[in-house]
Design a protein around this ligand. Structure first.
Ligand SMILES: [Fe+2]
Length: 175
């Protein structure tokens, strides 16, 4: 059986706090893209979905005069590093298998080139898949971070994803 469900991750107060900051609708959309891509490429759908959901939880709100400031963000952002660390801490607290927690954390660390000195790093298939999943949901001007989704629908989408994961990876095959 899976040690931790997506719903447990989603409902944890750390996840709630930081998912709201970067947009729950975007996080859930990326989790769905990650699920589909993982299924298509024969990767672990549980790991991919968790990484997709949590990929942006490292965001800091770079505000100036009450508005998001993209220059400040570009100059100062390290959200993949903070997100990888936050997700790891959250998953371990929930009792996630440490090897799986590490894979999820590294997929979050490498989900974008934005903070890397070059854009030619070689990713594992799982890391590449999370990058694609994020890019599939991107909108101009970062608008994907502002889409709204009500709390009950968000919760239902997460529960549906948990069912989909269990259908693809029967419990006995999950470590
Ligand atoms: Fe994102």
């Amino acid at each position: 059986m899976r040690d931790v469900t997506l719903l447990q991750v989603f409902e944890h107060r750390i996840a709630q706090k930081y998912l709201k900051r970067s947009g729950i609708a975007h996080a859930i959309a990326v989790a769905y893209h990650a699920f589909n891509l993982a299924k298509e490429h024969g990767e672990d759908v549980d790991i991919a979905t968790k990484a997709g959901l949590l990929h942006d939880i490292g965001h800091f709100t770079w505000y100036r005069n009450g508005k998001w400031d993209y220059d400040l963000y570009r100059q100062n952002d390290i959200h993949p590093i903070k997100g990888a660390e936050r997700a790891h801490k959250l998953l371990i607290r929930l009792g996630e298998n440490p090897v799986r927690a590490r894979t999820i954390s590294l997929a979050i660390l490498f989900h974008t080139d934005s903070f890397l000195p070059s854009n030619d790093i070689i990713r594992t298939p799982m890391q590449q898949l999370i990058k694609w999943a994020d890019e599939k949901d991107e909108e101009k001007g970062g608008m994907h971070h502002y889409r709204k989704l009500d709390a009950e629908r968000a919760r239902q989408s997460i529960q549906r994803l948990d069912q989909m994961i269990d259908e693809v990876q029967p419990l006995s095959q999950q470590s």
